[in-house]
Design a protein around this ligand. Sequence first.
Ligand SMILES: [Fe+2]
Length: 191
Amino acid sequence: MTRSTITRGDSKHLKEPVVPSKTGEVQGFRHAQRTTLALDANASLASIDNLNQLLADSMTLRDLYKKHHWQVTGPMFYMLHLLFDKHFEEQSRIIDTIAEHIQTLGGVAIAMAADVAEGTGIPRPPKGREDLAAQLARLLHAHEIILLEARAMAREAAASGDEGTNDVIVSDVIRTNELQVWILAQHVRDD
Ligand SMILES: [Fe+2]
């Protein structure tokens, strides 16, 4: 076994494996543990897959809100700066609820940015700063992608008898996203 040792002035140790192989991955990403939740195993697996998609998209939307919280400019700056951070916090709470529900179902929740980037259906924004109209359009588009898939997933969960997943999706994801869209849409000029 290779051990990581910190040696001042020498960064070679940073390239060594950090985790000893024996104690590495103990549950594969798309493997579900058995539970005693009285749920059909296939229904659980379908819910885990759907929830991981919703998680990747919600994490992307959360990060989009932080990007705009930092990068927004103009006469509405302070109000939008605060609003975007409020929505960021609310998305963060949804994300934790989704991820913990995936674990409850015996699955493995995605967590890291690279996995989120690979899994999300929300288009990647540029690294640079966009104007307010583009920021709002991008946020509304992301919400719409999430709402569309969330409603289909909620119906699927209810049809397979997984009411817990249905409730997380309806009560947490759909309700919060709809409310955020209503508030955001007030800032889009259509007059
Ligand atoms: Fe901040």
